[in-house]
Design a protein around this ligand. Structure first.
Ligand code: FMN
Length: 146
């Protein structure tokens, strides 16, 4: 099992409705290919965590990199993992547009990472703990799933 995290900048024309359409297709593809993960959208930037078979994840990442709905795709981290973090989700999604109190913690982590990655507080998105926290918040049911 393999996981990969990247970040990118959304193209201006890529807005909420397009994100919803993209997610529908992505979830269908991911479910068929046993890929799970989480996509976070924050102030025009994406952060995505993908997990699954190494070859399948790398093939998908190649396609994602050439998608013109975002640009400046940067690999943040990758590696082998023993178990999945998002076994129940073909692609969990959170956009931080709303102002939900339960999200403050995660928002803080994401903000510190995007705004000054080198000094980002721990856990930052390169760590498993960050994604575990994201999962817990999403699972708490207080967040609407997109
Ligand atoms: C931020 C972002 C995240 C994406 N995540 C996925 C994903 O998890 N799974 C997926 O199949 N496609 C995802 N896509 C869409 C792919 O980039 C691509 O459009 C899709 O795999 C279809 O590829 P094709 O047009 O080469 O057939 C994502 C696109 C963007 C912009």
């Amino acid at each position: 099992m393999f996981c990969l995290v990247y970040k990118s900048i959304a193209s201006l024309a890529f807005r909420k409705i397009e994100i919803a359409e993209m997610l529908e297709k992505a979830r269908d593809f991911n479910a068929k290919n046993d890929i799970t993960g989480c996509l976070i959208y924050y102030k025009g930037e994406f952060l995505q965590y993908l997990e699954g078979n190494q070859i399948k994840v790398l093939e998908l990442f190649d396609r994602i990199k050439s998608d013109n709905r975002h640009h400046t795709v940067e690999l943040v981290s990758y590696g082998k993992i023993d178990t999945r973090e998002f076994e129940d989700w073909s692609m969990a999604y959170e956009d931080f547009l709303g102002d939900n109190d339960t999200l403050q913690f995660l928002k803080l982590l994401v903000a510190s990472y995007f705004e000054s990655p080198d000094e980002a507080m721990e856990p930052n998105p390169t760590s498993e703990y960050f994604w575990r926290t994201a999962k817990r918040l999403l699972k708490s049911g207080e967040l609407k799933k997109f």
